[in-house]
Design a protein around this ligand. Structure first.
Ligand code: TXA
Ligand code: MG
Length: 319
């Protein structure tokens, strides 16, 4: 069973050594918990796919300490520079072409010519990157297709048997994954809405290309776009206005129907940042055997609401 460690100096040293030996460490980021391994070590990266049961065609995000480190692995651009000046460290992932002599494991790219790079702001993630002195390949620390972890105990529940160390940094402040932006095509394209809202990116670099629903080609480019993902075990019903006695209700805002077996409110005040931070933990809490499904109220499609709705639509998609 994984050991859950308070990330003090001794635990960080131990975790960094484990990374350097090619082992896996789960660690907190400001978005969700990541399952980290040395991105330059093929065996460590292969272990990540194995531990998650992740399809090999779904590439991984590589986490780095800063933009200088990212520039050593990928072909940088002026757009990348402007974006990282504003959003790094933080919840923005940039997909860029691999450099010719890129040292990152090819497995991180799953056969694509690109790598997704992110610089996390969480102090524990930063400390681990600094002490391991390795870029970290890190998908969300959950079994493939399941709800992402925003607490150390969520990691233990789904991957506890398969990893050695979980660094416990408490609850993730943002609560949804990073925004994934493709900078390797002719026009920047949003591959996954996330912690940095599309509006913030567009006000810096202009309109993004986006098509929805994603074409098969796009889904191959970024398999996080696959329809069913982030799925609890119970079915999910969207746009709930009323609710039945055998349903769990995931509510939003002040005007909540009564009568559900159990109700949790993402944000009674209608605050989207609060709702994002609560989303995955509440979905887990409502995923109970004594309800027939989870009904979810509408969340406005602006700012962080786009990422919240994206995850909810995938949770509700046919499996
Ligand atoms: O917030 C986050 O991004 C978290 C934390 C741990 O950093 N990580 C995360 O990783 O969500 P993961 O593996 O669950 O999602 C990575 C997403 C997937 O949708 C994947 O398809 C996409 O990024 N991706 C990774 N590399 C890519 C590439 N080279 N081209 C296109 N999409 C890529
Ligand atoms: Mg994930």
């Amino acid at each position: 069973m994984a050991r859950v460690l308070v990330p003090d100096a001794a635990a960080l040293r131990e975790a960094a050594l484990a990374i350097r030996r090619g082992e896996l460490v789960a660690f907190p980021t400001e978005t969700v918990y990541g399952l980290g391994g040395d991105a330059t070590n093929d065996r460590a990266v292969a272990r990540i796919f194995e531990a998650k049961g992740r399809p090999r065609f779904n590439p991984l995000i590589v986490h780095v300490r800063d933009a200088g480190e990212a520039r050593r692995h990928v072909v940088w651009s002026e757009t990348a520079e402007r974006l990282v000046a504003q959003f790094w460290p933080g919840a923005l992932t940039l997909v860029l072409p691999r450099m010719a002599d890129c040292r990152l494991s090819l497995l991180c790219s799953s056969g694509l010519e690109t790598v997704a790079m992110r610089c996390p702001s969480h102090p524990v993630a930063q400390a681990l990157l600094e002490q391991a002195e390795r870029p970290l390949a890190a998908p969300s620390a959950n079994a493939s297709g399941a709800v992402s972890p925003t607490l150390a105990e969520h990691v233990g529940q789904s991957l506890g048997e398969r990893i050695d160390i979980v660094l416990d940094g408490g609850a993730c402040a943002i609560g949804v994954e990073s925004t994934v932006l493709d900078l390797a095509s002719s026009q920047p394209a949003l591959l996954r809405p996330g912690g940095v809202p599309r509006e913030a990116i567009e006000s810096l670099i202009g309109p993004l290309a986006v098509t929805r629903p994603p074409s098969a080609r796009q889904a191959r480019r970024s398999p996080g776009l696959l329809a069913s993902h982030y799925a609890p075990s119970q079915p999910v019903r969207l746009a709930a206005v009323g609710v039945g006695p055998d349903e769990a209700l995931l509510a939003f805002g002040g005007d909540v129907p009564s009568g559900a077996r159990v109700t949790l409110n993402l944000s009674p005040a209608g605050d989207l940042a609060e709702a994002a931070a609560n989303l995955f933990a509440m979905l887990r809490q409502l995923d109970r055997p004594d309800v027939v499904r989870i009904a979810v109220m509408n969340v406005p499609e602006k700012g962080l609401g786009a990422a919240i709705n994206d995850r909810l639509r995938r949770a509700a998609a046919p499996r």
